[in-house]
Ligand binder design. Structure first.
Ligand SMILES: [Zn+2]
Length: 349
């Protein structure tokens, strides 16, 4: 139920449609509590393990006790929309090198690891809060996806002023921006030069282009892919505005160069389908269990289900219905009769 992101009503609908007697809500809730606690425990353990392996990956030769690690942080709210009036939210921190969740919610383990690099979107509230609350110096790496998006929005904001700045041209610049960052990973100077050459390249000035430039390879037949009719842009006042915008990013090349991405966290939000926003699980402990499920699945894969059930008094039970044998995940606690059935089916308890 927790794993599938559904509630008691759905479980009962499913059961009754396959001709299996449905279960009372309180029975399901009681078992949910039992399984949920185990899942939470497992998720926390897996976070500590991921943190440990993340720490080992960042470890250098120095014998310092605290290892500086990099992590990306993102959070999701239980309520949809931009109102930000949800009372429940989940923050998760994903290790940059392992790609696994190292802590979530408010449960951060003490494992001699210090987050020294934080990747996040350009919304600066997270980083300013972190800087306020921690003495440790935290470096901010820009998240490429968000940077690309913010470039797009600043271009769209000047779109009405320039006729030649069409959607197509904006997408072209966003694409070039992405290439410039990807081709110069960890190379601050390269990112700066790459970004600075984007606008001149689009205007037919290839003096600062690198070896990626198609014009330098084949000047006669070169056409811009992505610009209208493959021709150079000509609007001079637009060029000034574009260069101004790009210059802001070029001056932040240091933050962009490591190409950190909080995509991993965003992916965790989709696993958040275990607590869908259209249903209100936020006000109960069920929400915590569901979040733990998402973390467990991210860190351990689907095997977290069987691993957590192992420690519960809930078993996979074969159930006889209408003379046929069905096997499904049973949510009853074993009593004497079911215990006998386990033996009959050769299952160990
Ligand atoms: Zn060029």
């Amino acid at each position: 139920m927790l794993h599938a992101g559904i509630g008691p009503t759905h479980v009962n609908e499913l059961l009754s449609s396959i001709n299996i007697p449905s279960l009372g809500e309180s029975t399901l809730k009681a078992r949910e509590r039992e399984v949920g606690l185990q899942v939470e425990k497992l998720a926390k353990e897996s976070c500590l393990k991921s943190l440990e392996s993340e720490r080992n990956m960042w470890k250098d030769d120095s014998e310092k006790e605290n290892v500086e690690i990099g992590a990306s942080y993102d959070m999701g709210w239980q309520k949809r929309g931009k109102a930000h009036n949800s009372l429940r939210g989940v923050g998760s921190m994903v290790g940059l090198k392992t790609g696994k969740v190292i802590c979530y919610g408010s449960s951060c383990g003490e494992k001699n690891a210090v987050v020294s690099v934080l990747v996040g979107d350009d919304d600066s509230s997270t980083i300013s809060k972190v800087r306020k609350n921690f003495e440790q110096e935290v470096e901010k790496w820009s998240d490429v996806v968000h940077a690309k998006r913010s470039l797009g929005s600043s271009l769209y904001s000047i779109k009405t002023q320039y006729k030649s700045l069409t959607d197509m041209v904006i997408q072209y610049f966003q694409r070039c921006f992405g290439y410039a960052l990807k081709q110069n990973k960890d190379n601050e100077e390269g990112v700066r030069n790459g970004l600075k050459s984007i606008v001149p390249h689009a205007y037919g000035d290839h003096s600062s282009c690198g070896d990626w430039c198609g014009y330098l390879k084949n000047p006669e037949s070169y056409k811009h892919r992505g610009l209208p009719h493959g021709k150079d842009l000509t609007d001079k006042s637009l060029r000034q505005s574009l260069e101004k915008i790009i210059a802001v990013y070029a001056s932040n090349a240091k933050k962009l160069a490591p190409l950190g991405s909080s995509q991993a966290n965003e992916a965790l939000n989709t696993i958040g389908s275990k607590a869908p926003k259209i249903r209100h699980y936020g006000s109960s402990e069920s929400n915590d269990f569901r979040v733990a499920c998402a973390v467990g699945q991210k860190n351990l894969g689907h095997s977290y289900v069987s691993q957590s059930i192992l420690h519960c008094t809930v078993y996979i039970t074969p159930v006889r219905v209408m003379g046929e044998e069905f096997t499904f995940c049973c949510v009853w606690k074993p009593n004497k009769t079911t215990y006998k059935e386990y033996k009959e089916f050769g299952l160990s308890v």
